[in-house]
Design a protein around this ligand. Structure first.
Ligand code: GLC
Length: 529
């Protein structure tokens, strides 16, 4: 019997940008509650992952948590949260919440206590070290968001570690009191009924206990660059994250989840060596899955995508379950990365591969990256390191052609601008257009729900197809489904057993009988039964 999260399609909501009900231009939990029917009926996803909605000074838009067990008033109340979870459960959906274990906000009472004196009982909840004799920081580690990963505290004369912003001090997971407090935070949400956690930068929570310098040779890390991160890339990040002890911490988290029925965890783990990535499945004893970002990092070519899919599928241990991600709140929008046609083909790929797919809100409308003008820039990463802004993929959802696209009330200043073509590219308009991207997603989701082969079947890549085509078969018992994806600018004929088109990426070939050979158009994707 498959677990619910193996058969589910997960939909990520960035709460600031989904639906505003208060007119402050920022989304909120009652807003998400008002769109539950969209999620369950219109779209047909099975689980929702909410990015952080906890109290926070919002230096990193909620990934700087100042209270792990509450709701930021901007997003609503705990009662609103309970109403939302009840509404999702009533429709048979699951709720996954973000858990941010590596760092808290510097305004969290734990850190305020920790920095107050070297003798404070919470001092060792964070990572404090003396500098080197020459007055420089304890190690050469760099923060992901630019600059050194250490800040000097004048009051107590030591340095504290922050892998991200200075306002996001790293908790010390080697301290059993920290681990126990974080486990209690998990229990707080599990008791309220959450079905699982997406664990933020999960592999960062264990570092080298000796705080050795990272080598200055990126090649040593064996990592293919995921995206250009400027000076951060000058080092091989072998000591500042991903220490093998992290598996023990994950087993601890798993034991908390296993106190409850049927709960789930997925770790945000950026690791691009397939076998090292798969090691995070850890005999099934730790997190249920590490997120698989290979498709985001892979060039959009038939060989590139096939080789990564094969490598990942082959690396996943037999006890474990794969998953695929094409976009999230940290990456450039899919539709802009690949272009509109290939983004449709990518939707077909994501929803027909073996493993749990995670969709990012707005991708189902084909929303593109928004060029946010400098004076409206919000993302602290972009403000600190030019070119790194994530604002463009976090813009408001568009529901209809009313002012502010139905996201917020007329006249409200939305926290980020809408995409330029929101009058055509919104839920209402796309529902009325049979060939829209939204109707493609709806059709794919319905097809996946109805096909055991797509949800649970094996994955077998097909050889002997023309260059520029990636083709595979998903199979279970008597059911078999073929998927053909073109990465080419030219049409091609693909040899295939006779069958019927279930879905075409252009939404214009459904029901077509194909036999012997299929004519695949440029950048088209077909699902054939
Ligand atoms: C993760 C989040 C990102 C956040 C960072 C620090 O990468 O996805 O949005 O800024 O962690 O918490």
């Amino acid at each position: 019997m498959a677990a619910w999260w193996q058969e589910a399609v997960v939909y990520q909501i960035y709460p600031r940008s989904f639906q505003d009900t208060t007119g402050d231009g920022v989304g909120d939990l009652p807003g998400i509650l008002s769109r539950v029917d969209y999620l369950s009926e219109t779209l047909g996803v099975d689980a929702v992952w909410l990015s952080p909605f906890y109290p926070s000074p919002m230096e990193d838009f909620g990934y700087d948590v100042s209270d792990y067990c509450n709701v930021h008033p901007m997003f609503g109340t705990l009662d609103d949260f309970d109403r939302l979870i009840d509404a999702l459960h009533a429709r048979g959906m699951r709720l996954i919440v973000d858990f941010v274990p590596n760092h808290s906000s510097d305004q969290h009472p734990w850190f305020l206590a920790s920095r107050s004196s070297r003798d404070d009982p919470k001092r060792d909840w964070y990572v404090w070290r003396d500098g080197r004799p020459d007055g420089s920081p304890p190690s050469n580690w760099r923060a992901v968001f630019g600059g050194p990963a250490w800040d000097f505290d004048e009051v107590t004369g030591q340095w504290y570690l922050h892998s991200f912003l200075p306002q996001q001090p790293d908790l010390d997971w080697r301290n059993p009191e920290v681990e126990a407090a974080m486990h209690d935070a998990l229990r707080f949400w599990l008791d309220r009924g959450v079905d699982g956690f997406r664990i933020d930068v999960a592999h960062f929570i264990m570092k080298d206990p000796e705080f050795r310098d990272n080598p200055l040779a990126p090649a040593l890390s064996g990592e293919a660059p995921f995206k250009d991160m400027g000076a951060y890339d000058d080092q091989a990040h072998v000591h500042d994250k991903g220490h093998p002890d992290v598996l023990g911490a994950f087993r601890g988290i798993r034991s908390v989840l296993d106190e409850y029925d049927d709960r789930f965890s997925v770790g945000e783990i950026h690791e691009f060596d397939p076998l090292r990535w798969a090691a995070y499945y850890d005999q099934g004893a730790g997190l249920h899955m590490p997120f698989n970002f290979f498709l985001i990092a892979t060039p959009w070519t038939a060989d590139g995508v096939r080789s990564r899919v094969d490598a990942v599928d082959g690396a996943v241990p037999s006890h474990a379950w794969p998953n695929h991600v094409l976009g999230n709140h940290d990456e450039q929008r899919l539709a802009s990365r690949f272009g509109p046609e290939s983004a449709r083909a990518a939707a077909v790929l994501l929803l027909t591969l073996r493993g749990t797919p995670t969709l990012y809100y707005g991708d189902e409308l084909g929303m593109g990256e928004v060029a946010v003008p400098p004076e409206q820039e919000q993302d602290p990463w972009g403000i600190r390191v030019p070119g790194m802004s994530r604002d463009g993929c976090r813009t408001p959802m568009a529901w209809d052609a009313s002012p502010n696209a139905g996201f917020s009330s007329t006249g409200a200043a939305t926290w980020l601008p809408l995409h330029d073509d929101w009058r055509e590219s919104n839920v209402e308009a796309e529902l009325a257009d049979p060939a829209s991207v939204l109707n493609l997603y709806r059709t794919l989701l319905k097809m996946r729900k109805e096909s055991a082969a797509l949800r649970l079947g094996t994955y077998v890549p097909l050889d002997g197809v023309p260059d520029g085509c990636f083709a595979y078969v998903r199979k279970i018992d008597g059911e078999s489904v073929a998927v053909l994806i073109s990465f080419s600018e030219h049409e091609m004929d693909v040899p295939l057993h006779p069958g019927t088109v279930l879905v075409s990426s252009g939404m214009d070939r459904m029901g077509e009988a194909v036999g012997g050979s299929v004519r695949l158009r440029a950048r088209e994707a077909l699902v054939i039964s």
